[in-house]
Design a protein. Structure first.
Length: 306
């Protein structure tokens, strides 16, 4: 029986990489499976939409969202488009990746072998062949510990079929749909960063494994989306969502995490202090159930005064 596997790609201002991603994806070897490619665009402001529309007929579905719903929000809306269809798995793939021919079959075979695997990640390599991501764990302050980052994994064929990890990167990962639903799915509050980390830890609490599949190779350019003042944008979401992750998954570590954030903010320069304190305050708002206006908007004039 042929297995149909939805592959979801979320785009936002990815005009520089989306063509190479889709070109490589459409060359995937499909032995005993069918790939259903779904692209959800978060209201890109560059030429991304025009580029993905050229693949109409080559991909299964293109969803043009009316605004930026964030990464988890776009995934939820893409999954809603296949609601009621009995797909056992779904895959997340970043628009700045280049897949190898067997990347998907390697992921799928591991999921089929062990029903206790909830998520499996491809080995992500930088364009120079060094490791971009082999998954990782989170330390007691909520910061990610990346495995083998920057190393060259010349011994991947000697590893087991898979290696258990704490969290998988959504840049190239397959999810067991039933497990995803049982875990409660993505939390839209994360918007950007820590979304898949949060989900993986909830999946592990259900007794399922999160694993790395070293024979599934995907190259990751790591350009991401183009956003104004990206360094500050990333700092805000990393700090805010790290605290939200601790609050949900490691509450016993929340107080040290809060103190660490506060000390880090007070030691920072004026501009970075303002961003970090806002991240801390907005975490408290989220924890209290407040709605935030997303994404974070940084005013050029106010930044220029700093």
């Amino acid at each position: 029986m042929i297995k149909v596997v939805p592959v979801i790609i979320v785009t936002y201002n990815n005009e520089e990489t989306i063509d190479m991603c889709l070109t490589s994806l459409l060359r995937t070897k499909l032995e005993g499976m069918e790939m259903k490619v779904i692209i959800a665009d978060n209201s890109s402001k560059d030429s991304t939409r025009e580029r993905i529309l050229k693949y109409k007929g080559k991909v299964s579905e293109i969803i043009l969202l009316d605004r930026n719903y964030g990464y988890p929000g776009a995934i939820i809306r893409a999954l809603n488009s296949i609601e009621g269809k009995h797909y056992k798995y779904f895959v997340l793939l970043n628009p700045d990746t280049i897949v190898t021919e067997n990347w998907l079959s390697e992921l799928l075979s591991v999921m089929e072998e062990d029903p206790k695997i909830g998520v499996a990640q491809s080995l992500l390599l930088s364009m120079d062949g060094s490791i971009d991501s082999a998954g990782g764990f989170v330390n007691l302050l909520g910061y990610p510990i990346e495995l083998f980052k920057g190393k060259r994994l010349t011994f991947e064929k000697r590893l087991a079929r898979y290696v258990e990890i704490g969290y998988a990167k959504g840049a190239a990962s397959i999810f067991r749909r039933e497990t995803y639903v049982r875990a409660g799915g993505f939390d839209e509050r994360f918007f950007f960063y820590y979304d898949e980390t949060d989900l993986c830890y909830r999946i592990r609490r259900l007794g399922y494994k999160v694993v790395l599949v070293p024979r599934s190779i995907v190259y990751h350019k790591g350009l991401g989306s183009k956003v104004p003042f990206k360094e500050l944008f990333v700092l805000y979401y990393m700090e805010r969502n790290r605290l939200l992750f601790l609050y949900k998954n490691m509450p016993y570590c929340l107080l040290p995490g809060l103190l660490w954030s506060l000390v880090g903010a007070l030691k920072s320069s004026k501009l970075y202090r303002r961003i970090r304190l806002k991240a801390l305050l907005d975490f408290v708002r989220l924890a209290m159930g407040c709605q935030l206006k997303e994404p974070l908007h940084l005013e050029p004039k106010s930044l220029a005064k700093e």
